[in-house]
Design a protein around this ligand. Structure first.
Ligand code: SAM
Length: 217
């Protein structure tokens, strides 16, 4: 995979744009500056790789907008060595960012074809999360607990299973709302209590599965 001065220049420009939009976590910005986002794009869309926009990745799914990836990653306050569950592997871009930040990443995808494609593709870039196929709205009980959980699809409710699979002081970041727009929601586990913080609206594809939306709606 080629990563030339032009692509590095476009990445630096994207990082500057994210700073202007309010992202301050240097570890997040450094990771965005390193992961070759153009490698996740089909040739036809290559020229758009460093725009701050979401793009289609096939199977009706999207690679999230860089600002969204940066926002969710910042809210997770990732520390090297932390064990993080990502629900919604998609293209693998978000997983690559978390790996660049030094996390140990478990990622689960519900779409079989995307799971297969990304499981084969991401290690070719040197990014090796643990890949799982299945309904991430139920979490990943066999590998729990996690320090942090990030959901990258829009949920109708906060799945109880995800809260149960967090460590004490663990953080869950999840977009919650209707099928079109969702409020970014951060939940921090403090003993038996859950601290809830809400941020701006985002627009994600729907979270499917048991605690997600029905396929047919
Ligand atoms: N994180 C991805 C990236 O960096 O490219 C973007 C994810 S895309 C916006 C949402 C993904 O969530 C889709 O790939 C979709 O198939 C997946 N998804 C939806 N419901 C799911 C579920 N219950 N469990 C796991 N993945 C799910």
């Amino acid at each position: 995979m080629e990563d030339n001065y032009k692509q590095r220049g476009l990445r630096d420009k994207l990082v500057r744009k994210l700073r202007l939009k309010g992202i301050t976590d240097e570890a997040v910005l450094s990771a965005i500056g390193k992961v070759p986002r153009h490698a996740f794009f089909d040739n036809a869309l290559l020229s758009h790789a460093y725009e701050d926009k979401a793009f289609p990745i096939g199977e009706g799914q999207t690679i999230s907008q860089p600002y969204t990836v940066a926002f969710q990653s910042e809210k997770l306050s990732v520390k090297p060595g932390e064990k993080i569950l990502e629900v919604g592997t998609g293209s693998g871009y978000q997983a690559a960012i978390l790996l660049e930040m030094g996390a140990k990443v478990y990622t689960i995808e519900y779409n079989r074809k995307l799971y297969e494609t990304t499981k084969d593709f991401l290690p070719m870039l040197g990014y090796r999360p643990y890949f799982f196929y299945g309904d991430g709205s139920k979490g990943l009980p066999a590998k729990a607990p996690f320090n942090k959980i990030i959901v990258t699809a829009g949920a109708p409710v906060v799945p109880q299973a995800l809260l149960e699979q967090l460590n004490d002081n663990g953080i869950l970041i999840i977009p919650v709302g209707d099928r079109e727009t969702q409020k970014m929601t951060k939940l921090t586990k403090k003993g038996k209590k859950i601290l809830k913080e809400e941020y701006n609206q985002f627009a994600f594809v729907p979270l499917l599965g048991e605690s997600g939306w029905a396929h047919s709606k």
